[in-house]
Design a protein around this ligand. Structure first.
Ligand code: FES
Ligand SMILES: [Fe+2]
Length: 431
């Protein structure tokens, strides 16, 4: 339970907010690489409560600009794409992707353009994603190199969808193992009958609805374990599923080959990025790609139908709070569906979004099933606190070896779940 003041501190992401300042200390993914063509149209993106224009020049270099032109604020969304730069349509000032001013045709002094600089932010491209850093330039952290970034594109499947609520309540669903056997009951049942590796790893969760939950702090956030005593036709055993929360908005799924990024667009809108990867399989090639997306519910058709894309978010003809998410009550009564939602993603979206655009935590009732939630609040609030005190937030100050941070799962036997972690995270000394 959090009072209103603490809840706002936890959730608000704008540049003047404590959490907004903490979030700006990290490299965060903004778009998929595939969303920007060389010299294509500029694309407006909402990110941490501000608006930007992203664009890729003819050479493939990426730029993320403040939305409004340096001169007198016309939107760069309207700008002309001219190969080496974006040219504002109002007075023709032209900006390269790094903010260099290439031309100011309405100013006679040819030196003027050298005295000014466009508002472009540091960017990177890695792992099929475009990343930006919005924080103070002298505090720019090392770019996190995750092992999956080095795989060929064919072995990595990256998706992005949007949800109309605050980012914290979306992350909550990712450190909340006990909802899987209930909310996703139908999906888990189907998972038993498919040969998809992803599905097989989660199927047995349906046999224990109340896992024991434990968590342990880590330099980047925390590990979170769900322990299920399972009895089925294969005998009795304890299965452990261990997720890693990586500050400020990453959860590494216990399947071991899924990373999820929950990126705040505004206080009440969130971009949800999935990265699935495989060392051996070409997940990003059909037919595997389509089958994978279909099982999870991330096909373009599903995202469009449920209003989870830029074009459909918040539309009244799509499922939402105004029409009870078009829940199929008939299917619930007949026993065909637990939730009345068509699939896993729709179930998660309805659960998160129906709690309200920025959910009230003053009246919640946390239980033993919510250990991950309590840890999440603590980890995020600590980031806001330390940044406010002038220090570096989790995962930045001490540096982390990202190749040693992962989600994992196994039958425990005589081991403890902590023994499953790739290696205990090595920490570099403070600089
Ligand atoms: S407002 Fe953009 S060039 Fe004048
Ligand atoms: Fe879920």
């Amino acid at each position: 339970m959090l009072n209103k003041e603490v809840n706002e501190r936890l959730c608000r992401v704008g540049p003047e907010q404590p959490m907004g300042r903490a979030l700006r200390r990290y490299w965060l993914p903004v778009l998929l690489s595939s969303e920007l063509e060389p010299n294509g149209e500029p694309k407006t993106v909402e990110f941490l409560g501000e608006r930007f224009v992203a664009w890729r020049d003819q050479q493939g270099r990426l730029g993320v600009f403040a939305e409004h032109c340096l001169h007198r604020g016309t939107s760069m969304q309207l700008a002309r794409a001219e190969g080496d730069g974006l040219r504002c349509v109002y007075h023709g000032w032209k900006f390269a992707v790094d903010g260099q001013v290439l031309d100011t045709p309405n100013v006679a002094d040819p030196q003027f353009k050298h005295r000014i600089k466009g508002r472009a932010h540091p960017v990177r491209e890695a792992g099929g994603l475009l990343w930006a850093y919005l924080g103070p330039r002298d505090r720019e952290p090392e770019f996190p190199r995750w092992p999956w970034m080095d795989l060929p594109d064919a072995n990595r499947l990256v998706t992005r969808h949007l949800e109309e609520c605050n980012f914290v309540q979306v992350i909550e669903g990712l450190v909340d193992s006990s909802h899987l056997g209930l909310l996703h009951m139908n999906g888990l049942r189907q998972a038993g009958g498919t040969d998809l590796g992803f599905a097989q790893k989660v199927s047995s969760m349906q046999h224990n609805l109340a896992p024991r939950l434990e968590a342990e702090e880590a330099p980047f956030g925390f590990y979170y374990a769900a322990l299920r005593d399972i009895q089925d036709d294969q005998g009795s055993r304890t299965e452990a599923r261990v997720a890693a929360f990586v500050s400020p908005c990453i959860v590494l799924n216990p399947n071991g080959d899924i990373a999820t990024f929950v990126v705040p667009m505004s206080d009440t809108r969130t971009a949800f990025i999935h990265v699935f990867w495989s060392q051996t399989q070409q997940l990003n090639r059909d037919p595997l790609r389509s089958r994978h997306l279909e099982f999870i519910g991330l096909t373009p058709q599903v995202l469009d139908a449920f209003g989870l894309t830029e074009d459909t978010l918040g539309r009244v003809d799509r499922p939402g709070p105004h029409n009870n998410f078009m829940q199929d009550r008939q299917a619930m009564r007949s026993g065909e569906s637990w939730s009345g939602m068509p699939g896993l993603i729709e179930e998660d979206v309805a659960a998160s979004v129906s709690a309200g655009p920025l959910r009230d935590r003053a009246n919640e009732t946390l239980s033993a099933s919510d250990i991950g939630i309590a840890r999440l609040y603590r980890a995020l609030l600590s980031c806001a606190d330390v940044v406010e005190m002038g220090s570096d937030p989790l995962g930045i100050r001490r540096g982390v070896d990202w190749s040693q941070v992962a989600g994992t799962n196994a039958v425990l036997g005589a081991r403890r779940w902590q023994d499953l972690l790739p290696q205990r995270t090595s920490e570099k000394e403070p600089a």
